[in-house]
Design a protein around this ligand. Structure first.
Ligand SMILES: [Zn+2]
Length: 142
């Protein structure tokens, strides 16, 4: 049996904890997106996903959006909101979109069904919350 990995020593785990401590409004940069994406990919998705192209958008419609590239299951485009109420919400959103990226890679079907929640336990180990959606009406965007 493989040796059990000490998750609390990973960079991803430490990042999530520090996000908790400094809970405040957060405006991500593209490099923030790439950094957290890379850590989640390494620790949760076994490096199986390919770096998406990110775009920061100002919208009241969604926190994040994942769009599969037609005729290429390995490629997605992600739109990430320019302004989050906390880093925590940013990281949860990224994890959510990455599950969609994995779904696109696996069967080109993005859902919030049982295959989506296959990743919930793994993410919970890092204190990352996977929810069906992070409805914006629950928050006030300024
Ligand atoms: Zn979704």
């Amino acid at each position: 049996m493989a040796k059990k990995k000490d998750i609390t020593r990973t960079k991803l785990f430490k990042m999530v904890q520090s996000f908790d401590e400094h809970d405040a409004k957060f405006r991500p940069t593209i490099s923030d997106c790439r950094e957290i994406w890379r850590n989640i990919n390494r620790n949760v998705f076994n490096n199986e996903l390919k770096m998406p192209s990110f775009r920061l958008v100002y919208t009241r419609a969604f926190w994040g959006e994942c769009q599969g590239v037609l005729n290429d299951q390995t490629q997605v485009k992600m739109k990430i909101n320019k302004s989050f109420l906390s880093k925590r919400l940013f990281i949860n959103t990224m994890a959510h979109e990455m599950v969609h990226q994995w779904e696109w890679l696996t069967n080109e079907n993005m859902t919030h069904g049982p295959q989506f929640f296959l990743w919930r336990d793994q993410l919970t180990k890092y204190n990352i919350t996977l929810s069906r959606c992070y409805r914006m009406k629950h928050y006030r965007l300024k």
